[in-house]
Ligand binder design. Structure first.
Ligand code: SF4
Length: 308
């Protein structure tokens, strides 16, 4: 699994001041499960280490990347390099990108934009990060700081691991029946984020006999869009109750009572999401329910990744 990352987050000393911004979660925990392509747009476009700090400035032409004191405009060289770098990344089976927050080159969101007089007037994306998101709108992106939030981390992890399964699916030679199987195994995972998108997406594999490259591409864009929605407790309870329906004849009255109690406790915020999930996984294993055994909802990514 390949992920892009702002180079300074891996510990590379590429910052303007010669330092780094090592991120332990990205490198030591998530890094065990994937390979990174480190990218430093400022060094990549030919700037030295150390270098003058930069910022985004609103000018007559839009937003420019200027050095703070000497006001040198770096925008043309950054844009030229960015175009080549995006072409290079487009050839890779990339599953997402972790950006360094606040950077005028790499920040994904809320990067300050200053007036020509030096006052903060608005905010946006760093030059490289903005171009990356425009070029690859379906790819999961996050900033290192936002990954400390459990919900955002869950959402990002679900999407990058799903993206990796998609690359494997496409590499193995896609077909209508394989897409139907792929869709079926992601049914409850998608339902836990967007029941609406689940219904819409289900129609794509059923639509025609021969699926075109555009059909696969549309499916991926809509799948990633659905998985970007918020996964709420209510949606997860709905999924767990649907799954419980498969065991109606198998569970003993005590087991059913225990499962219902733990779903209720979860819906009331008394136990974490992992509690009903663990019990559900236990029953799926015990009663060997084949449809549920294939559901990525139960195992969307290695569980240790949610614990920081
Ligand atoms: S934030 Fe981006 S441009 Fe700045 S040092 Fe890190 S990788 Fe390089």
């Amino acid at each position: 699994m390949l992920l892009g990352i702002s180079s300074c987050l891996t510990g590379n000393k590429v910052r303007y001041d010669g330092g780094h911004q090592y991120d332990r979660f990205a490198v030591e925990i998530l890094g065990k499960h994937l390979e990174y392509i480190p990218v430093c747009p400022e060094v990549g476009c030919g700037l030295p280490i150390p270098r003058e700090a930069m910022r985004l400035v609103a000018t007559g032409d839009g937003v420019s990347l200027l050095t703070r004191k000497t006001l040198k405009d770096i925008t043309p060289q950054m844009e030229e390099w960015t175009e080549k770098q995006l072409e290079f990344l487009a050839q890779k089976p990339l599953c997402g990108f972790i950006f360094k927050s606040k950077s005028p080159s790499s920040g994904m969101t809320r990067v300050k934009i200053y007036s020509e007089q030096g006052l903060p007037v608005s905010s946006g994306s760093g030059i490289f990060a903005g171009a990356f998101m425009k070029r690859f709108p379906y790819l999961p992106v996050e900033e290192e700081g936002r990954l400390t939030d459990d919900g955002l981390r869950h959402s990002f992890l679900v999407r990058i691991f799903t993206m990796n399964r998609w690359h494997e699916f496409m590499a193995a030679g896609p077909s209508k029946s394989k897409l139907q199987a792929f869709h079926a195994s992601h049914k409850y995972l998608l339902m836990s984020f967007s029941p609406v998108q689940l219904r819409v997406l289900g129609k794509i594999p059923a639509q025609k006999d021969d699926l075109s490259a555009d059909d696969y591409s549309n499916y991926l864009t809509m799948l990633m869009g659905g998985l970007s929605a918020r996964s709420t407790t209510k949606k997860n309870v709905n999924v767990l109750e649907h799954m419980l329906g498969y065991f109606k004849k198998d569970l003993s009255p005590d087991e059913k009572k225990e499962m219902l109690e733990i779903i209720r406790d979860y819906s009331e915020g008394k136990v974490p999401h992992s509690a009903p999930l663990t019990l559900m996984k236990h029953y799926v294993r015990k009663y060997r329910e084949p449809y549920l055994e294939n559901q990525w909802f139960l195992n969307p990514y290695p569980p240790e990744l949610l614990i920081r």
